[in-house]
Design a protein around this ligand. Structure first.
Ligand SMILES: *Cc1c(COP(=O)(O)O)cnc(C)c1O
Length: 363
């Protein structure tokens, strides 16, 4: 059956992007548009298990129109970054946590579970092949592992063949010139996930279902959508792709609990640990939208922020809702939000001690 150890074949790109052109693309890469020379690939079939692990030139895929992913959306993904460290080295941030979450997502989508060691090795080998694409300064190399059902079959069942891949994208500083608070729109019509559904799995289908609400948020002049729970439409869950934290006037933090409808963010988990390290109380408990509005009005709530790998921490300044808009604190970036952002990014950059053993150095 599937071996935890596979030997990777390396096929170097025959015509990689020239150094001068790469330097040009890295000046202002933005997010998710500049891609590296290579990609990692591992195949799975019921018959052979995991096989054919290789690093190869990044190229379009031949996709049969009957590939089952195109019809039944059996697909999962991950997102993590490789950072250039203060001492010139390179490191991944908690790739083992992404590996375990990828296995959890796979199980929920009835897909094979890639061994943790192969997940991490595929990323390490890709970053090694494309090391020159890791930006300096405040940029990073964003890694996107994903897996989809590649079997050519229209029957509805878990596929017998899968393709696992990792692609990499050079990204710039998310917050150029400091953090800017976002406005969020509360979706009263659409929900993201229900108990028993796929809310805790990182699958493309969750995003597909959230886009209509995200589009409505943009239409309301907001940056992001806030989802409420699917049963009572009362409990704040998360944004389309980021978890939420609330900061109270006594310095404590509240974040919605992981009850199966929320994506268990690794940034969320890391910030809980850092806040507790700093002596702050963090409660993982349900928080109602009406409570959020009342606490913002009374001053009991002083800050709110969203978090995820791409932006790390994003302050929430304003909430737009059919039942009444409200602002949070001064509408600017709060002290605790800034402190937690700075503490986490300092560890990721190797500028602060890595007490939790989160960095995996690549050199
Ligand atoms: C990926 C994701 C997050 C954030 O997870 P991180 O591990 O912190 O990047 C939050 N919510 C959703 C829906 C996500 O897909």
């Amino acid at each position: 059956m599937s071996a935890d150890v596979l030997s990777f074949r390396h096929e170097a790109h025959q015509a990689p992007v020239a150094a001068a052109e790469r330097a040009k693309r890295l000046i202002d890469p933005g997010f998710g548009r500049v891609f590296t020379d290579h990609m990692a690939v591992i195949r799975f079939s019921d018959e052979k298990g995991w096989h054919d692990a290789h690093i190869t030139a990044r190229a379009p895929l031949p996709v049969d129109p009957a590939s089952s992913v195109l019809h039944y959306a059996q697909e999962i993904f991950e997102g993590l970054k490789a950072y250039r460290l203060a001492d010139g080295g390179t490191a991944l941030f908690r790739p083992d946590a992404n590996a375990r979450r990828f296995q959890d997502s796979a199980r929920r989508l009835a897909m094979p579970e890639l061994p943790e060691s192969l997940f991490v090795e595929s990323i390490e080998r890709l970053v090694a092949a494309d090391r020159d694409w890791v930006p300096g300064g405040e940029g990073a190399l964003y890694l996107r592992p994903f897996m989809f059902a590649s079997e050519v079959f229209l029957g509805v069942k878990p596929a017998a063949e899968y393709l696992y891949m990792v692609i990499a994208s050079s990204v710039g500083a998310y917050w150029k010139g400091g953090m800017r608070p976002i406005a969020v729109w509360v979706s009263r019509e659409h929900t993201r996930a229900a108990a028993g559904g796929t809310g805790a799995a990182k699958c493309g289908g969750n995003y597909a279902a959230s886009l209509i609400a995200q589009k409505a948020a943009i239409g309301q002049g907001c940056d992001q959508v806030v989802f409420l729970d699917a049963v009572e439409r009362r409990w704040v869950e998360e944004l389309g792709g980021m978890n939420l934290f609330f900061v109270m006037d006594d310095g404590s933090l509240v974040t919605p609990p992981l009850t199966g409808t929320i994506l268990p963010g690794i940034t969320r988990d890391s910030l809980i640990a850092l806040a507790r390290d700093a002596g702050l109380t963090v409660r993982e408990e349900p928080y109602a939208i009406d409570q959020w509005r009342a606490d913002a009005a009374s001053g009991r709530l002083v800050e709110a922020f969203a978090c995820g790998t791409a932006a790390v921490v994003t302050p929430v300044g304003r909430v737009v809702d059919a039942e009444g808009d409200f602002s949070i604190g001064s509408g600017g970036t709060g002290q605790t939000t800034q402190r937690l952002h700075d503490a986490l990014t300092a560890i990721q950059r190797g500028a602060a001690p890595d007490r939790h053993g989160w960095l995996r150095r690549l050199d």
